[in-house]
Design a protein around this ligand. Structure first.
Ligand code: ZN
Length: 134
C-alpha cells in the first residue's frame, strides 16, 4: 500500500525517508537535534536520540532538515508549525501541529476544511474559530 508523503512547504523535499517524519528541533536554549514524528495523524510518539532530550511542555522551533527553513509561526501563531501532506490520491493538505513538546493537537487543512486530531485540539479553538468535530 502506498503511504502519505510529507513535504517541506519551502523546498518540497520528502520529510519521511523511512517510516517517520524527520524535522530539526531547536529548543530556546541548548543544542538543536533531529526529532522523529509519527506520520499517523493523532499519533504522538516522538523520538530523539538519547543525547538530545526534550521535556514535556518545552517549546521548540521546528525547521526543515534539508533547507533549514523555519516551519513555525503558522499564520503568525508562535506555537504552530506546518508541513505539507500529499495523500495516496495526490490530494495536498497543510498539516499544522504544536511546537510544544507533549501538546497533542494536529490540524489537517485543505482550503476551508479543517480536521482536528489529538486530545489537546481544543487548545487552539480560539485561533481557528469553530473547530469541527469528527
Ligand atoms: Zn525544506
Amino acid at each position: 500500500m502506498r503511504e502519505n508523503n510529507f513535504l517541506c512547504p519551502k523546498c518540497r523535499c520528502q520529510l519521511v525517508p523511512n517510516k517517520k517524519i524527520v524535522v530539526l528541533a531547536r529548543p530556546a536554549e541548548g543544542p538543536s537535534g533531529l526529532l522523529l514524528l509519527s506520520p499517523e495523524l493523532g499519533e504522538y510518539s516522538a523520538t530523539t536520540h538519547s543525547a538530545f532530550k526534550l521535556s514535556e511542555g518545552q517549546k521548540v522551533d521546528i525547521f526543515c532538515p534539508v533547507c533549514h527553513e523555519d516551519l513555525g509561526d503558522y499564520k503568525d501563531h508562535k506555537n504552530l508549525a506546518r508541513v505539507i501532506m500529499v495523500d495516496t490520491r495526490g490530494e495536498e493538505y497543510d498539516i499544522v501541529f504544536s511546537e510544544i513538546i507533549g501538546q497533542r493537537c494536529t490540524y489537517k487543512i485543505q482550503g476551508e476544511k479543517i480536521e482536528s486530531f489529538g486530545e489537546d485540539a481544543d487548545l487552539y479553538t480560539n485561533f481557528w474559530g469553530e473547530v469541527p468535530k469528527y
